[in-house]
Design a protein around this ligand. Sequence first.
Ligand code: 1GP
Length: 244
Amino acid sequence: MKVQATLMEKMKKETLHMTLLDPNKQAPEMAARITSEACQLGTDAIMVGGSTGVTQENLDATVLAIRKQVDVPVIYFPSGAHAISPHADAIYFMSMLNSRNVEMVSRQQMKGAPIVRKLGLEPISMGYLIVAPGMKVGEVGEADCIPRDRPDIAVAYALSAQYLGMQSVYLEAGSGAPQHVPEDMIRAVRSAIDVPLLVGGGIRDAEAAARVKKAGANIVVTGTIVENGNYRERLGSIIRAVKD
Ligand code: 1GP
Protein backbone atom coordinates (compact mmCIF):
# COMPACT_ATOMS: atom_id res chain seq x y z
CA MET A 1 0.00 0.00 0.00
CA LYS A 2 1.17 3.52 -0.65
CA VAL A 3 2.39 5.70 2.21
CA GLN A 4 -0.57 8.12 2.39
CA ALA A 5 -3.08 5.25 2.12
CA THR A 6 -1.30 3.39 4.93
CA LEU A 7 -1.23 6.49 7.13
CA MET A 8 -4.91 7.22 6.40
CA GLU A 9 -5.84 3.69 7.52
CA LYS A 10 -3.89 4.13 10.74
CA MET A 11 -5.37 7.60 11.34
CA LYS A 12 -8.87 6.13 11.35
CA LYS A 13 -7.93 4.42 14.59
CA GLU A 14 -5.48 6.73 16.30
CA THR A 15 -3.47 9.92 16.33
CA LEU A 16 -0.03 9.53 14.77
CA HIS A 17 3.35 10.79 15.84
CA MET A 18 6.10 11.66 13.39
CA THR A 19 9.73 12.31 14.20
CA LEU A 20 11.42 15.00 12.13
CA LEU A 21 15.17 14.85 11.54
CA ASP A 22 17.23 17.56 9.90
CA PRO A 23 19.98 15.95 7.77
CA ASN A 24 22.15 18.99 8.47
CA LYS A 25 22.07 18.54 12.23
CA GLN A 26 23.73 15.14 12.77
CA ALA A 27 25.71 12.46 10.93
CA PRO A 28 23.67 9.84 9.05
CA GLU A 29 24.67 7.09 11.53
CA MET A 30 23.37 9.20 14.41
CA ALA A 31 20.15 9.92 12.50
CA ALA A 32 19.71 6.18 12.02
CA ARG A 33 20.32 5.51 15.72
CA ILE A 34 17.78 8.17 16.75
CA THR A 35 15.13 6.89 14.36
CA SER A 36 15.56 3.33 15.47
CA GLU A 37 14.99 4.43 19.09
CA ALA A 38 12.03 6.58 18.04
CA CYS A 39 10.51 3.55 16.32
CA GLN A 40 10.98 1.38 19.38
CA LEU A 41 9.13 4.09 21.29
CA GLY A 42 6.27 3.95 18.78
CA THR A 43 6.75 6.80 16.30
CA ASP A 44 4.72 6.16 13.13
CA ALA A 45 6.91 7.71 10.43
CA ILE A 46 10.12 9.63 9.98
CA MET A 47 10.17 13.00 8.28
CA VAL A 48 13.52 14.20 6.92
CA GLY A 49 14.09 17.88 6.19
CA GLY A 50 15.27 21.28 7.37
CA SER A 51 14.96 24.94 6.43
CA THR A 52 18.63 25.45 5.57
CA GLY A 53 21.69 23.37 4.80
CA VAL A 54 19.97 20.38 3.18
CA THR A 55 22.08 19.09 0.30
CA GLN A 56 21.57 16.14 -2.04
CA GLU A 57 24.52 14.52 -0.31
CA ASN A 58 23.48 14.84 3.34
CA LEU A 59 19.86 14.11 2.41
CA ASP A 60 20.63 10.87 0.52
CA ALA A 61 23.09 9.66 3.13
CA THR A 62 20.62 10.33 5.94
CA VAL A 63 17.62 8.77 4.21
CA LEU A 64 19.62 5.66 3.24
CA ALA A 65 21.02 5.21 6.75
CA ILE A 66 17.53 5.58 8.26
CA ARG A 67 15.93 3.15 5.82
CA LYS A 68 18.50 0.52 6.67
CA GLN A 69 17.42 0.73 10.32
CA VAL A 70 13.64 1.05 10.32
CA ASP A 71 10.52 -0.17 8.54
CA VAL A 72 8.25 2.84 9.07
CA PRO A 73 7.76 5.22 6.12
CA VAL A 74 10.50 7.80 5.55
CA ILE A 75 8.96 10.96 4.11
CA TYR A 76 11.00 13.78 2.67
CA PHE A 77 9.93 17.19 3.99
CA PRO A 78 11.58 19.53 1.48
CA SER A 79 12.64 23.15 1.66
CA GLY A 80 12.94 23.39 -2.13
CA ALA A 81 13.67 21.52 -5.34
CA HIS A 82 17.46 21.76 -5.02
CA ALA A 83 17.65 18.36 -3.30
CA ILE A 84 15.19 15.48 -3.71
CA SER A 85 16.03 11.98 -2.55
CA PRO A 86 15.10 8.95 -4.66
CA HIS A 87 15.51 6.83 -1.53
CA ALA A 88 12.57 8.27 0.43
CA ASP A 89 9.24 6.41 0.47
CA ALA A 90 7.27 9.59 -0.26
CA ILE A 91 7.61 13.36 -0.43
CA TYR A 92 5.39 15.95 1.19
CA PHE A 93 4.63 17.96 -1.94
CA MET A 94 3.90 21.16 -0.16
CA SER A 95 3.04 24.76 -0.85
CA MET A 96 3.64 27.40 1.80
CA LEU A 97 0.33 29.07 1.15
CA ASN A 98 0.99 32.11 3.34
CA SER A 99 4.39 32.95 1.85
CA ARG A 100 4.86 36.29 0.09
CA ASN A 101 7.37 34.61 -2.20
CA VAL A 102 6.04 32.76 -5.25
CA GLU A 103 9.11 30.47 -5.05
CA MET A 104 7.63 28.92 -1.90
CA VAL A 105 4.07 28.81 -3.18
CA SER A 106 4.46 27.31 -6.65
CA ARG A 107 7.79 27.85 -8.38
CA GLN A 108 9.95 25.36 -6.45
CA GLN A 109 7.06 22.94 -6.88
CA MET A 110 7.16 23.46 -10.66
CA LYS A 111 10.91 22.74 -10.60
CA GLY A 112 10.52 19.69 -8.39
CA ALA A 113 7.49 18.04 -9.99
CA PRO A 114 9.27 16.52 -13.04
CA ILE A 115 12.00 15.18 -10.74
CA VAL A 116 9.41 13.59 -8.45
CA ARG A 117 7.79 11.93 -11.47
CA LYS A 118 11.10 10.71 -12.85
CA LEU A 119 12.11 9.23 -9.49
CA GLY A 120 8.72 7.60 -9.03
CA LEU A 121 8.34 9.17 -5.57
CA GLU A 122 4.88 9.24 -4.05
CA PRO A 123 3.83 12.90 -3.68
CA ILE A 124 1.58 13.67 -0.69
CA SER A 125 0.26 17.16 -1.29
CA MET A 126 0.14 19.51 1.65
CA GLY A 127 -0.95 23.05 2.43
CA TYR A 128 1.86 24.29 4.67
CA LEU A 129 0.73 27.13 6.95
CA ILE A 130 3.11 29.10 9.11
CA VAL A 131 1.70 30.28 12.41
CA ALA A 132 3.46 32.97 14.48
CA PRO A 133 6.20 33.07 15.59
CA GLY A 134 7.23 30.96 12.57
CA MET A 135 10.88 30.85 13.62
CA LYS A 136 13.49 30.09 10.94
CA VAL A 137 11.08 28.56 8.44
CA GLY A 138 8.85 31.63 8.64
CA GLU A 139 11.84 33.86 7.99
CA VAL A 140 13.38 31.82 5.18
CA GLY A 141 9.96 31.22 3.64
CA GLU A 142 9.01 34.92 3.85
CA ALA A 143 5.75 33.96 5.47
CA ASP A 144 2.99 36.30 6.47
CA CYS A 145 2.70 34.36 9.71
CA ILE A 146 -0.86 33.68 10.83
CA PRO A 147 -1.35 35.68 14.06
CA ARG A 148 -1.90 33.38 17.05
CA ASP A 149 -5.21 35.05 17.87
CA ARG A 150 -6.64 34.63 14.36
CA PRO A 151 -7.93 31.06 14.02
CA ASP A 152 -10.28 32.38 11.32
CA ILE A 153 -7.30 33.10 9.05
CA ALA A 154 -5.91 29.61 9.67
CA VAL A 155 -9.31 28.13 8.82
CA ALA A 156 -9.52 30.17 5.61
CA TYR A 157 -6.07 29.01 4.47
CA ALA A 158 -6.76 25.40 5.47
CA LEU A 159 -10.04 25.36 3.58
CA SER A 160 -8.35 26.87 0.54
CA ALA A 161 -5.79 24.04 0.70
CA GLN A 162 -8.57 21.47 0.74
CA TYR A 163 -10.50 23.16 -2.05
CA LEU A 164 -7.30 23.24 -4.12
CA GLY A 165 -7.25 19.46 -3.77
CA MET A 166 -4.47 19.08 -1.22
CA GLN A 167 -4.33 15.84 0.76
CA SER A 168 -3.22 17.35 4.06
CA VAL A 169 -2.73 20.57 6.02
CA TYR A 170 0.20 21.36 8.31
CA LEU A 171 -0.07 24.04 11.02
CA GLU A 172 3.56 24.95 11.75
CA ALA A 173 4.67 27.23 14.60
CA GLY A 174 8.29 26.77 13.52
CA SER A 175 10.96 24.46 14.87
CA GLY A 176 11.95 25.47 18.40
CA ALA A 177 8.96 27.81 18.80
CA PRO A 178 8.50 28.89 22.44
CA GLN A 179 4.83 27.92 22.22
CA HIS A 180 3.06 25.40 20.02
CA VAL A 181 0.10 26.31 17.75
CA PRO A 182 -2.79 27.52 19.95
CA GLU A 183 -5.38 24.88 20.74
CA ASP A 184 -8.35 26.98 19.64
CA MET A 185 -6.71 27.39 16.23
CA ILE A 186 -6.13 23.62 15.93
CA ARG A 187 -9.74 22.99 17.00
CA ALA A 188 -11.14 25.49 14.49
CA VAL A 189 -9.11 24.09 11.59
CA ARG A 190 -9.88 20.48 12.50
CA SER A 191 -13.59 21.14 12.50
CA ALA A 192 -13.47 22.99 9.15
CA ILE A 193 -11.56 20.49 6.98
CA ASP A 194 -11.82 16.81 6.10
CA VAL A 195 -8.21 16.08 5.21
CA PRO A 196 -5.59 15.07 7.82
CA LEU A 197 -4.16 17.85 10.00
CA LEU A 198 -0.51 17.86 11.03
CA VAL A 199 0.65 20.12 13.85
CA GLY A 200 4.26 20.86 14.76
CA GLY A 201 6.69 23.34 16.24
CA GLY A 202 7.44 23.85 19.92
CA ILE A 203 5.97 20.58 21.20
CA ARG A 204 8.49 19.63 23.86
CA ASP A 205 6.71 17.55 26.48
CA ALA A 206 3.89 15.09 27.01
CA GLU A 207 1.49 17.77 28.29
CA ALA A 208 1.91 19.83 25.12
CA ALA A 209 1.52 16.73 22.94
CA ALA A 210 -1.67 15.80 24.80
CA ARG A 211 -3.10 19.31 24.33
CA VAL A 212 -2.34 19.32 20.60
CA LYS A 213 -3.83 15.86 20.18
CA LYS A 214 -6.94 16.73 22.19
CA ALA A 215 -7.45 19.88 20.12
CA GLY A 216 -7.67 17.71 16.99
CA ALA A 217 -4.29 17.11 15.37
CA ASN A 218 -4.23 13.85 13.39
CA ILE A 219 -0.45 13.86 13.27
CA VAL A 220 1.76 15.39 15.98
CA VAL A 221 5.26 16.25 14.73
CA THR A 222 8.29 16.71 16.95
CA GLY A 223 11.80 17.54 15.83
CA THR A 224 14.11 19.43 18.17
CA ILE A 225 13.81 17.19 21.21
CA VAL A 226 15.79 14.38 19.58
CA GLU A 227 18.62 16.78 18.81
CA ASN A 228 19.73 16.83 22.45
CA GLY A 229 21.46 13.79 23.92
CA ASN A 230 18.99 12.72 26.58
CA TYR A 231 15.70 12.53 24.78
CA ARG A 232 14.61 8.93 25.22
CA GLU A 233 12.37 9.34 28.23
CA ARG A 234 10.83 12.59 26.98
CA LEU A 235 10.17 11.28 23.49
CA GLY A 236 8.65 8.14 24.99
CA SER A 237 6.27 10.19 27.15
CA ILE A 238 5.31 12.39 24.17
CA ILE A 239 4.51 9.35 22.03
CA ARG A 240 2.50 7.77 24.86
CA ALA A 241 0.56 11.02 25.23
CA VAL A 242 -0.21 11.02 21.49
CA LYS A 243 -1.30 7.37 21.61
CA ASP A 244 -3.33 7.56 24.85
C1 1GP B 1 9.27 21.55 12.30
O1 1GP B 1 7.33 21.54 13.50
C2 1GP B 1 8.47 20.82 13.30
O2 1GP B 1 8.60 21.43 11.07
C3 1GP B 1 9.24 20.46 14.51
O3 1GP B 1 9.32 21.48 15.48
O4 1GP B 1 11.64 21.17 16.32
O5 1GP B 1 9.98 22.50 17.64
O6 1GP B 1 9.78 20.03 17.47
P1 1GP B 1 10.22 21.28 16.79
